[in-house]
Structure formats: structure tokens, C-alpha cells
Write a protein that binds this ligand. Structure first.
Ligand code: PLP
Length: 434
């Protein structure tokens, strides 16, 4: 399988080439030359496959000879080494919990998969040490740090904004040590991101250090998210009803992976794209005009994105045909008060404790299902983070205390190790000293 740049000005690369580069040299996102089709037989017998077998079959055509199948099998097994339970909320709505990984957010799957693919690339090609550079507003950094921890041949440098990540997130970023370095930036997330961009184009730094990014545009992170949709379909509570999937969206990598799964032949009837008031995509679905705007802070902060980076891939999947796209996807945007109300409603109905991102996707799903004429659909919303990661909001809304899961206890009493960085000059000095 080859990948081309959506700016159409870089040469084709194979799977591992695209994973190593992240972004194409012409700054475009990589896109597969074709979307493979799964056989009807495979779909009809989906319940006979384990999660590992499913994932291997789904990802193998995208990787092909770049990683031998036996090795890809163990990569997939190590990536998906936790549960993905489906919890019923009402007759027609269930939650697919994607947060049982080591950092309690769904980003663990993509980060773990990418880390293991890169480790293989390093082994067989004996290339120079690779430095992963990433800015985080919270969840990405933790998942990347954990996913790449102790991976041979790879160093990770994470920039996070001082005072703007939660206590749990900070611990997840700063307590690992070894090949993971956390830099505490005196600034906002946007400033962290700008610093990362400046490092990538700073010849004095890139002369000696091979850099790549681990954000959600990397094809290994993007495509591994297809697994959720196959697991959702396999374990859906009502196999006789049509399946509707609702996805809380920020950069739209997750939803875009679902659309790839659909194009491969997975029978998902409709997709719901839910956002907070950073509503660029829902507005686009209304008007046909894509008008990004500056991001605004909300209680579902992993989705505070004004210009979703993966949206161009979604448009490509539909060959830029707005009418076709609109048929498959409905968009909803909700405010913080609506999100809090949804957290309460879910808890009252079923005792289920949702985090703000999951609650918002529940709300979009419920709104859509209520608009259908007949009760012929089964809805599944993605619960993308454990509520403990947003404990202040959830506990204040429900007036209760959330039990900390074991993954949290592991990091809470470890000391934080981070290096304070005040401006670009001190960041540059940090790299030049390495
Ligand atoms: C990153 C994230 C999202 C948004 O996912 P995208 O693929 O960027 O759309 C949603 N929920 C949580 C908890 C996240 O960490």
C-alpha cells in the first residue's frame, strides 16, 4: 500500500515511510492510494473473530509488506491488551468504553500502535535515533508518553502548558522519566504548538536531530482507530437493528477512521459528529461552507479545536462531494451547560458516570434517534475518557466522588520530573544541548 500527500506535491511512500515522516514534505497529510474492501463473508462472520484477529485483518492491507504479518500480529496484540466493554444506557443507546488503557483515554490505542510500528522500523532499518516531539493540552501527551515508554531507538519530548493540564494528566506526563522528557512551557497550548512548529523548521536543530510528530495526523494513530468501529459492530447489543455511531470530535481523526471502516464495508448506518461550541464541522454540515475559527476553552477540552486537522481527509473520502458527505454524517454542537445537563441525565437514568466528552456524544446520539420515525436503530456512543480525568467537572455536577481506577494509583505518588521552559530561546538551548 502506498500513501500520497493531500497537497499532491511529495512522492509516494509505503506505510512505515508515512509513519516515520508524520506529515509529508509538502506539509500535506498522507492518504492511502486505495481503501481495501473486506469480503462479505468476513463481515457476516464477524462474531467469530477475537478483537485481535479482527484488528489484524483490518489493518493488514494498509501495512502489507512493510511489517511481516507475524510481527504485525504481536503489535496488534500488544496494542489492544485491555477491554472495550459496551454498557447499555437505555433500550436503544449504549456506551462503548474506549478508556481502559494505561492513560484512561482512547488515544492509548493509536499511540501504542504507532510506537510499536516505529520500534519495528528502527529495528530493521537501523536508522538514527528518532525524537518524537509533541505539544499537548492534556490527553495526547499522556498517551504518547506511555505508548513510547522504553521503546528502543526513540526519545519523546512533550511540551505542555504550565497550570493548564489537570493534576492527573500532569502526573501521566511527568512521572515516567527514561526516554520521556516533559517540558513545562510558560504559555498557552497554542504557544506550545507554535514552538513545536518552529522547532521542526529550525535548521540548527534538525541538522543533528531526526524529528517526527506523534499527533493524530500520523497514519498509524489515525488508522488504528478503525478497530473501535469493528468492535462496536461485533458486540452491538441489538444485531437486528441498524447501527448508528456517535463520536465526540476535536481533530476528527477518530470519526475519519470510522468512515474508512465504513468504506471498507462495515455496515454502519449513520455517523453522528458531536462537538462542543467549537462547532466548525456542524456549521459546515449546515451550510456547506468550511469556516474554521479560533478555539474556545470548554469543559470537554480535548475537543477544543477550531480548525480540525483531519477534516481534509474526510472530504477526500467523499471526493469533496458535500451532498454525499451530508448523507452519512449528522453534526451537533453543545454548550457546557448542555453537557453538564447530559452528565446528570445519564446518571439519573442509569447510574452511569459519563465524562464530558462521552456525555456530549450521548446527547448528539439521543437527539438524532429522537428525530427518526421508527425505533429501528441501535445507537452506540464512544466514551473516550474515564470520568476521573475530568473529576472536578463530573464530581461537582453529580455531587459524588469517583473511585480512582488502578491506572491512576500507579502514577499519583511518583515525583514529577519536568524542565521549565520560558521562551523559544530556552527551548532551542535544550535541543542544542542534547
Ligand atoms: C482527543 C480526544 C477526543 C477527540 O478526538 P479526535 O480524534 O481529535 O476528534 C475526544 N475525546 C477525548 C477524551 C479525547 O482525548
Amino acid at each position: 500500500m502506498n500513501y500520497y500527500s493531500l497537497n499532491y506535491n511529495s512522492s509516494l511512500v509505503g506505510f512505515l515511510g508515512a509513519v516515520r515522516k508524520g506529515l509529508a514534505p509538502d506539509r500535506g497529510l498522507y492518504f492511502p492510494e486505495k481503501i481495501p474492501l473486506l469480503s462479505e463473508d468476513f463481515i457476516n462472520n464477524i462474531t467469530n473473530f477475537s478483537n485481535h484477529e479482527l484488528a489484524l485483518n483490518v489493518i493488514n492491507p494498509f501495512v502489507q509488506n512493510d511489517i511481516p504479518k507475524e510481527r504485525l500480529k504481536s503489535i496488534v496484540e500488544e496494542t489492544l491488551n485491555f477491554d472495550f466493554p459496551i454498557i447499555p444506557i437505555s433500550d436503544s443507546i449504549a456506551s462503548l468504553e474506549l478508556f481502559h488503557g494505561p492513560t484512561l483515554a482512547f488515544k492509548d490505542v493509536g499511540a501504542r500502535f504507532m510506537a510499536r510500528c516505529l520500534a519495528y522500523a528502527h529495528e530493521v532499518r537501523e536508522q538514527k535515533k528518532l525524537t518524537i516531539l509533541v505539544a499537548t493540552s492534556g490527553d495526547t501527551g499522556g498517551a504518547v508518553a506511555d505508548g513510547f515508554f522504553k521503546v528502543e531507538g526513540i526519545d519523546v519530548v512533550i511540551l505542555y502548558p504550565k497550570g493548564k493540564v489537570s493534576e492527573v494528566q500532569k502526573k501521566q506526563l511527568t512521572t515516567l522519566g527514561e526516554n520521556i522528557t516533559a517540558l513545562e512551557i510558560d504559555g498557552t497550548f497554542d504557544e506550545c504548538q507554535n514552538m513545536v512548529k518552529s522547532v521542526f523548521i529550525d535548521p540548527e536543530i534538525t541538522k543533528n536531530i531526526t524529528l517526527t510528530s506523534a499527533n493524530s495526523i500520523n497514519i498509524a494513530r489515525w488508522l488504528a482507530q478503525m478497530f473501535y468501529y469493528f468492535i462496536a459492530y461485533k458486540n452491538r447489543p441489538n444485531p437486528r437493528k441498524e447501527l448508528i455511531v456517535s463520536v465526540p470530535s476535536g481533530n476528527f481523526g477518530n470519526l475519519c477512521a470510522g468512515l474508512v471502516a465504513h468504506k471498507m464495508g462495515l455496515p454502519i448506518k449513520h455517523f453522528i459528529a458531536c462537538t462542543n461550541i467549537n462547532d466548525t464541522v456542524p456549521r459546515y454540515l449546515d451550510s456547506g461552507n468550511y469556516e474554521p475559527k479560533k478555539s474556545i476553552s470548554t469543559i470537554s477540552n480535548a475537543m477544543d479545536v477550531g480548525d480540525p486537522s483531519n477534516f481534509i481527509r474526510i472530504q477526500k473520502l467523499f471526493n469533496n462531494d458535500f451532498q454525499k458527505l451530508k448523507k452519512e454524517i449528522s453534526g451537533y454542537a453543545f454548550s457546557d451547560p448542555q453537557t453538564r445537563k447530559a452528565i446528570k441525565e445519564i446518571h439519573t437514568k442509569s447510574k452511569y458516570i459519563a465524562d464530558p466528552h462521552g456525555a456530549l456524544s450521548y446527547l448528539g446520539l439521543k437527539t438524532y434517534l429522537e428525530g427518526l420515525e421508527k425505533d429501528t436503530a441501535q445507537g452506540i456512543f464512544f466514551e473516550t475518557a474515564h470520568p476521573i480525568k475530568f473529576a472536578p467537572t463530573v464530581e461537582a455536577t453529580l455531587k459524588l466522588k469517583i473511585d480512582p481506577p488502578k491506572q491512576i494509583e500507579k502514577v499519583l505518588d511518583k515525583p514529577s520530573l519536568s524542565i521549565p521552559i520560558s521562551d523559544y530561546k530556552s527551548l532551542k538551548d535544550f535541543f542544542l544541548a542534547r
